[in-house]
Design a protein around this ligand. Structure first.
Ligand SMILES: *Cc1c(COP(=O)(O)O)cnc(C)c1O
Length: 405
């Protein structure tokens, strides 16, 4: 069937799967570090790039390649590069695209270690970064300098769920000869395809929705053309942060249910966000599917659905948030996101601790913000658990007030 006519859910099932020896339905795991040459001449030809084939797993491996093809296909990209973690993917992309003296504009609401990588290691190598609210095009425009090389956008941003207009920023970037890199981890290609909206490079933590089962750490870079791919592949070979065949196999298996999972994550998260928004103890809720979200309209333009991530703050602030996290029984208290199980965590003391309080506050990451990654369990079970935990948190708060009085 012609590719453009195939549904995204069908693509998830079949992407990257080719014909293999013995006819397996699923790509085999080539758990090998190296590959035999047919002759000395064959080996030399492979190294010269005159023949297609496999040499060494850090350079290329069929199981990894199958997963890379699948992700590139789902993102409507040219090719993808499997990395050992999301951070390895982000570092490889920066190392490939930037050099000393270059300037980067990065979203303020961004995965904590991404901000830290830019403000420490990349800075050490002569790259300067300005962190701005990329949800406002004027702020991005005002941050552009003659040496700006990359605009790095995470949308929705972690953990505030600030939404940036990919299409608008891509146009601005290209008018100024700047590349746009988008971290698409929170939405996945099931819900948002940044390359279609004009981005030049997409990065992902495979650890999250793409694998979806909380049993792999991995990352991926998706590029638009051959030139970019070759440059990126060279950098990855040298830095060495590749994914291994077994993890690539697991990610490829996870991708088959991506469309189904994202549909459920979004549907349940919408219900939970509405439940929280109507709860007397909740100060505010941020979810791309709520009309109260400040960039709701931008989201509606570029998302297919609203995703599985919610952040909220209780009226009782940090203490109440802590009480909820200590009282949940069904939701699990853990960092990471995008898996089938519901996870809850506290960014200020956990994922975004390394950013420092000042940078967190500038990004809108308040001390009382609680982040929820909605799983695919029965939504009523998740809501009942949150309800009992909120009740307990409320009782603790009243108790405290009585003690103080
Ligand atoms: C987790 C995450 C990363 C980093 O990925 P790792 O696989 O943990 O290295 C990057 N960006 C976002 C948005 C993430 O959630």
């Amino acid at each position: 069937m012609e590719d453009s006519k195939i549904g995204f859910d069908s693509k998830c099932v079949h992407a990257g799967v080719e014909e293999y020896e013995f006819g397996p339905v699923v790509p085999p795991i080539y758990q090998t570090s190296t590959f035999k040459f047919k002759s000395a001449e064959h080996g030399a030809a492979l190294f010269r790039g005159e023949e297609e084939g496999y040499i060494y797993t850090r350079m290329k491996n069929p199981t990894v390649e199958a997963m890379e093809k699948a992700v590139a296909h789902l993102e409507n990209g040219y090719k993808a590069l499997g990395c050992g973690s999301g951070m390895a993917a982000i570092h490889t992309a920066f190392a490939s695209l930037l050099e000393s003296g270059d300037h980067v504009i990065c979203s303020k609401a961004v995965y904590g270690p991404t901000a830290t990588l830019l403000s420490t290691i990349m800075k050490k190598f002569g790259v300067k970064t300005d962190f701005v609210h990329t949800s406002g095009i004027e702020e991005v425009k005002n941050a552009i300098k003659p040496n700006t090389k990359v605009i790095y956008v995470e949308t929705p941003g972690n953990p505030t769920l600030e939404i940036s207009d990919i299409k608008e920023i891509a146009e601005l970037a290209h008018q100024n000869n700047i590349l746009l890199v988008v971290d698409n981890t929170f939405m996945s290609p099931a819900l948002q395809r940044p390359l279609d909206l004009g981005a030049d490079v997409v990065v992902h933590s495979l650890t999250k929705f793409l694998n979806g089962h909380a049993d792999v750490v991995g990352g991926v870079i998706v590029v638009k053309d051959e030139e970019e791919y070759n440059k990126m592949r060279k950098t990855l070979n040298q830095l060495g942060g590749v994914i291994d065949p077994l993890n690539a196999f697991l990610v490829h298996r996870g991708l088959k249910t991506l469309a189904l999972r994202m549909e459920r994550h979004s549907k349940s998260a919408q219900k939970i966000a509405e439940f929280l928004e109507n709860h007397s103890q909740v100060k505010w809720v941020m979810y791309p599917g709520l009309k109260s979200h400040p960039q709701y309209q931008i989201g509606q333009k570029q998302h297919i659905d609203s995703g599985g991530m919610i952040s909220f703050e209780l009226k009782g602030g940090v203490d109440a948030g802590r009480a909820v996290m200590n009282s949940v029984k069904f939701c699990q208290l853990a960092v990471s996101l995008g898996g089938v199980e519901t996870l809850i965590q506290h960014p200020a003391s956990m994922t975004h601790h390394s950013m420092g309080k000042e940078a967190r506050e500038a990004a809108g990451i308040t001390d009382g913000l609680v982040r929820l990654s909605v799983g695919i369990e029965n939504v009523n079970d998740i809501i009942s658990d949150l309800e009992q935990a909120l009740k307990k948190a409320g009782e603790t708060a009243t108790h405290h007030q009585e003690e103080l009085a």
